[in-house]
Design a protein around this ligand. Structure first.
Ligand code: ATP
Length: 503
């Protein structure tokens, strides 16, 4: 699995999807650039989300708020005081870790131990083996499970109480060692704020410390009444936004999974107080359906309900996707109560209550948030699409089985040879299709090589123009996944492609 991941990262670079940022200076930690194919895929993901939110829901509209916001925004949202990660250093290696991640790894070790015992026993007892019964009765498994439960309970309590001393104590009590130095020589745990800050205005006028937004949501909250009034929106309604967010992540690893500059697609849905749990449930289902509609495999998704709720939430779940390094969060769905709006009301001193004409009363709406990372979605789609195939003729190919609607290039148009009027015919076909589909013209190398190149970037259709095309106006269309070829009239191309690539 680790191997597949490495290959995927290399593939992303080799085929113009993702490059390390400022690579000629050896890169910048956890910052990446999208290349010529990456940007197309990313734009298609954003459009797919935007259309499903804003086109398909009459009561959801979009905005595009600035990255910079008045600094009081972040005081009111709780980010200045509470957007922290608990950090711990190993005194020998001088390496810095997130204390919560170290403890999660510790819990995962116990899960592994239990799994290994169960697998061993399954082998020993063969078909009659009942894993559930074994888990309940085997003393060794019971012992591991009890330890795991004990650590987990302490961990959840420590997180909820923001008890840094207890986090350290868990690390000490269970003898967590530094993966680099192998020692247990830890510092105390301290909080580290994840927001990037900078200064606005020159120092002579008294510069103001401002932050790069760590989430796009607050731009929606401070504008919700502007949108509600100017758009004559009635509750329940939603506001969607796509944009950059910035977090000074400490554990920055796993490629574009955890970046310091990334992009979010968020939707805040404003509801009557008391109805939020219904809407929370409904959005959970709607969002899971959206993911599954991509066709990457239903079994690759699962919900993960939160043990620890963020300072603003009364219910929260993640949609996790099976990445090459395990199930990981791609989207968070949170019931944020009236925390944000009430807090902005308090800090700004302005009334931002909604007048409900049906109830004939004013109130502060409750909010359900769906928040998905563009980059993590990108990674999940690439990971699920990357396929190495052994072919019947003994050769192998790498093919990206991207959902056709998201593929960077929809079709490649190829003249069989670079003469006899075939390039002109190919250009003519391309010109008739290029306003509706992203096309690529390719006349270099053998047809086989050209097919491989298109497979590697996930192009669903290749159209080959040969000498017969000049007389009977037909071409060969070749399908990426099946590699099947079909002779079709040029006039049919638009319909064939549109059928597969439209939403
Ligand atoms: P994590 O626990 O993995 O740090 P989070 O719970 O802090 O994530 P949210 O604040 O709920 O994440 O953000 C919503 C979404 O934004 C996440 O589901 C993820 O897809 C994306 N996201 C958050 N942080 C990053 C990051 N550093 N890099 C890339 N995407 C991110």
């Amino acid at each position: 699995q680790e191997d597949v991941f490495k290959k995927l990262v290399a593939h992303c670079k080799e085929y113009g999807f993702v490059f390390p940022s400022s690579e000629i200076y050896d890169g910048l930690g956890a910052v990446y650039d999208y290349g010529q194919n990456g940007v197309e895929l990313k734009n298609n993901i954003k459009k797919y989300w935007w259309d499903s939110m804003v086109l398909l829901h009459e009561n959801v509209v979009g905005i595009d708020a600035a990255i910079f916001m008045h600094p009081t925004t972040w005081k009111a949202s709780g980010h200045v005081d509470a957007f922290n990660d608990p950090l711990i250093d190993n005194k020998d290696s001088k390496k810095r870790y997130r204390a919560d991640v170290l403890i999660e790894d510790l819990l995962a070790k116990y899960d592994d131990k239990i799994e290994k015992e169960v697998e061993k026993a399954a082998k020993r007892f063969g078909e009659s083996f009942d894993a559930a019964l074994y888990r309940q009765t085997n003393p060794r498994v019971q012992e591991h499970q009890a330890k795991r439960d004990e650590i987990h309970a302490r961990f959840v309590k420590a997180l909820n109480d923001s008890d840094l001393a207890e986090l350290k104590q868990i690390i000490v009590d269970y003898e967590v060692v530094c993966p680099i130095s192998g020692t247990k020589n830890w510092t105390d745990v301290r909080q580290f704020n994840l927001m990037f800050s900078t200064e606005m205005g020159s120092t002579a006028d008294g510069a103001m410390k401002i932050y790069l937004r760590p989430e796009t949501a607050q731009g929606i909250f401070v504008n919700y009444l502007n949108v509600q009034k100017t758009g004559r929106m009635k509750i329940p309604f939603g506001i969607a936004q796509i944009g950059k967010a910035f977090r000074n992540e400490i554990v920055a690893r796993q490629f574009i999974f955890r970046m310091r500059e990334f992009e979010q697609m968020e939707m805040q849905f404003f509801v009557r107080p008391g109805t939020e749990m219904e809407w929370f449930k409904q959005w959970k289902e709607t969002r899971l359906k959206w993911h599954k509609a991509l066709g990457l495999g239903d079994h690759k998704y699962r919900f993960h309900d939160h043990d620890k709720l963020a300072h603003y939430a009364n219910a929260a779940t993640d949609i996790e996707f099976e990445m090459p390094f395990g199930f990981k969060e791609v989207e968070g769905i949170h019931s944020r109560t009236d925390f944000d709006l009430s807090s902005h009301e308090k800090y700004s001193g302005k009334s931002i209550k909604y007048f409900d004409p049906e109830l004939n009363e004013s109130y502060t709406p409750y909010v359900i948030e769906t928040s998905i990372g563009v980059d993590r979605t990108f990674l999940s789609i690439m990971a699920a699409s990357y396929t190495e195939e052994q072919l019947e003729n003994g050769e192998s190919r790498v093919v990206l089985k991207l959902p056709a609607v998201l593929a960077p290039i929809k079709l490649a148009v190829m003249p069989l040879v670079k003469k006899d009027g075939l390039p002109e015919k190919a250009r003519e076909i391309m010109n008739s299709l290029k306003f509706d589909f992203k096309c690529q013209y390719d006349e270099k190398d053998s047809i086989g090589k050209r097919y491989r190149r298109q497979d590697a970037i996930g192009t669903p259709f290749c159209v080959t123009v040969d000498h017969d095309s000049l007389t009977d106006n037909t071409v060969t269309i070749r399908y990426r996944d099946t590699m099947q070829q079909e002779r079709v009239p040029v006039e049919k191309l638009h319909e064939i492609i549109a059928q597969k690539v439209s939403m």
